[in-house]
Write a protein that binds this ligand. Sequence first.
Ligand SMILES: Cc1ncc(COP(=O)(O)O)c(C=O)c1O
Length: 287
Amino acid sequence: MPNKIVYLNGDYLPVEQASVSVLDRGFLFGDGVYEVIPVFGLKPLRVDEHLQRLQSSLSRISLDNPLSNQEWKQVFDQLLERNPGEDRAIYLQITRGVYPVRDLKIQPDKQPTIFMMVLQIGSIDMSQLEQGIETVTINDFRWHACDVKSISLVANVMLREQATQAGVVDAILVRDGYVTEGTASNFFMVKKGVLITPPIGQYLLSGITRDLVIDLAKENGIDCEIRPVAETELESADEIWLTSSTREIAPVVRLNGKDVADAEAGPLWKKMINIYQQYKQVLRQAK
Ligand SMILES: Cc1ncc(COP(=O)(O)O)c(C=O)c1O
């Protein structure tokens, strides 16, 4: 097994040799943003949308984008070439870099730290995915900037730990009586054949998988509504899904100790996951 090659500030090097200063603001403050871009065959999925979201996260934290979109794509190609595999994901993060003193104040003209690695995600096991997952609802106590894909994920870690302590794999987060998202995924509900997901804004991340699922629904004649979802609606949901780049579309079959409908992955999930797999297959075959 060759050494895993990562990218750090312009260099490609084995992961063991990559190191960052302890004064890096990513380490001290979680002062940075990140992206996870799935890659099927040689093709990153919705790369322009990921780069657009990266730009939006960077702008929100007042950090200049260190590379042009073309440069990002060149680095992705180089890194993928050095880390061969079938289904992979590019992880990238940019922090505000190293300052000589620990001070919150942003200094202009400092060098950010750019780090990238390839995650071998492997193919999704469809029969396992179809088993579905169990979740609980948890109060969403995160901040008012959940649209920023920030590396400061301690709140998400705490929420995921609450789910683990409850004996389930993930949580559906609820703020002021309305569903926001999962701890690392977006939320969808199916009711009477209509796919419903909450609108984007400061309380949830604009997931690339979420956008793709909405687009695929529209292209395939599935009714899709973007509107707030009250917690009280969850009990009568016909289906619930959580979506993300690495989890794809996970059906939630039990919630708060009760079955969701008949506790099986529903018919609309089956339709959508097939459409999604076909979409991936086209990417895998693309040159
Ligand atoms: C909080 C949160 N919401 C939603 C998502 C889903 O985003 P994407 O579909 O772009 O992976 C993620 C992914 O990590 C996340 O961390």
